[in-house]
Design a protein around this ligand. Sequence first.
Ligand code: NAD
Length: 421
Amino acid sequence: MPQRKPDPPETGNTISWDPYGRPIVPDNPVIPFIEGDGTGPDIWRAARPVFDTAVRKAYGGKKKILWLELLAGAKAQDALGPDCLLPDETLEALARYGIAIKGPLTTPVGGGFRSLNVTLRQRLDLYACIRPVRYVPGIPAPVRHPERVDLVIFRENTEDVYAGVEWEAESPAAREILEQINARLSSEGKPPLPIESAVGIKPMSRRNTRRLVARAIQYALDHHYDSVTLVHKGNIMKYTEGAFRDWGYETARELFGERTLTETELFEGFGGRMPPGRIVIKDRIADAMFQQLLLRPEEYGVLATPNLNGDYLSDAAAAQVGGLGMAPGANIGDRCAVFEATHGSAPKYAGMDKVNPGSLILSGVEMLRFMGWEEAGDLIVKALQDTIADGIVTYDLARQMENVKEVSCSAFGAAIQSRMR
Ligand code: NAD
């Protein structure tokens, strides 16, 4: 039975961090994993050997991950009791070891946690939700040119309407707040709000916008993207979303002035030709961004968005290249990063060795790249592409493709491993 305190592997080392929130990774880091609920154990069993094989083949034994299991969700409840969905020991170990990977966790029904995932993000201050969106050749997609999409979405993870400050319609609290607001509106000569309304608050701050945008710009520079686009609805919400745009430009100017320029500067100063070593910072209204994504995706690289825009945009962009089944994700802070499958726990397939482990495997690729182990990540991407090109896929893709062989979750992982050279 798993123990309450995780036993760290004896030979592993702990990751440290530089002042810019980038990890300093030893050759044998301890990396915690959370299997997750439902189909989580199935996809983890398929994915872990893929990561180990890639690291072994890329570095010939010089580097090795020492995995450390942490408990969360149903597995924590089974081991430690019904109130132990997210043990303190798990949060402490995530904070200590810094980089981790997790499967999906079922959202508990009833009191206690709103969502384990939201709790994890808040307790560890994982302020950037990162969703790369790239096409894997051969995957059925609803658009004619999915290969034109190569995006990385940085979604603010801690505020906006997700701060969870709301009052029910006609409740005493909502009435009290509306009375105060209406008094203020009346003094400003504006019409009142209906007193029976529900009320929600949309907080957005300079500090949280700046750290998100700084991380997006640093990522674009490190990974050779040529633009960062601030996506907002500032034409309507001037002091929240409009401020997000303004603080975004301010961050670029103040922290990356030598490396960035605006679209106006690009056209007026450089005739539209990008000077080497720079990236362009632009902004788009959120609704126009959805159109642009369909019509001219090749003009966009890194996107930085407030929480709600980013939620909509990430799922729409993933659908554009063939769906959530293969979409990787990560939640990142300055001292901790948790990589995770973006789909849920798909409980009806639990234990059937059936679902697609692609999202977790590609999340692991992002983790390896974040660690600076690009060679291992590249090996996995190439082998996964070759597996799909050879017509070997799990049921979810098999039912949309012709002339392919449907294999189990574990067999898909094994097929990827066997194609790594
Ligand atoms: P889900 O993603 O589990 O399932 C939606 C559909 O996608 C189902 O038809 C499912 O069978 C299919 N599917 C999911 N993953 C798949 C895979 N890897 N391969 C093939 N098909 C796959 O969403 P849901 O049913 O709404 O949620 C189930 C539980 O997961 C809920 O408790 C939800 O809160 C939770 N959830 C967790 C996370 C997370 O941990 N990050 C994310 C989303 C949902």
